[in-house]
Ligand binder design. Sequence first.
Ligand SMILES: [Zn+2]
Length: 294
Amino acid sequence: MLLRSLTAQTPSRIPLLRPFSTGSGWRTCKNFLSDSPARRPRLYPVGTARHCSSDSDMATKHLDDSHERIFENNRKWVEAMKAEDPEFFVKLGSGQSPEYLYIGCSDSRVPANQIMGLGPGEVFTTRNIANLVPNTDLSVMSVINYAVRHLKVKHIVVCGHYGCGGVKSAMISADLGLLNPWLRNIRDVYRLHEDELDSIPEPQRYDRLVELNVIEQCRNVIKTAAVQQSYEKEGFPVVHGWVFDLNDGLLKDLKVDFEKMLKGIKKLYNLSAAPPTAEEPSASEPLAKRQREE
Ligand SMILES: [Zn+2]
């Protein structure tokens, strides 16, 4: 069940890779070839008997070919960008000032720049399984801090997607090993909205958990000192919650009421005040004084 939900994002690739691990021989080779007719001559030169001598050879050939293809694609992309704008890479190398921070899912079907229609340099990005913002995750916390305090982003977007394998896995009652602590963040979202979710039939319940997870992660973003202090001083960033629909490619704005959410959060999580200065008494002062005297 877990494997099914986690691999659900790559249905077209599973048959492509399966021949290498199942040892199903020549017949499978033909099936594999039929999946990629455009690359057939290069992968399997006419007149050679080597092409199906073993699954291992075929796997190696496929890995070499797919890796090489990326560099071919890269060279073509460079040429295309230069043709469009000869100064493109000069500008790219001169620095970044993106207006957006995008926090999304690692799912390969949800590429941030493409779905937002933005080019290189226009969106600062971090992605993880199920677009989570746990306050103990140094990676996402560092990204938010850098994006807000140094890049001065104007918008922070948490973007989930329907059909999320991470969210689906969190709905399964099972010990999932290393994934347990990560997915618990989503199970906590379910617990917070248990009454609403339990009243919704499947598959709508799954979709609603995706949305509620996005909203809770927006709340986690707003709990950070960087966001609260920047908004109080500069009037930005504003936090948004979106969901991407894999079936039609459209983004849905969950219309998170940022001002209202910020106000509610500050009741318990207000970090907008600057830290105490050296002149002001602080909790650590008595200890520091004691240490000097010792
Ligand atoms: Zn996902």
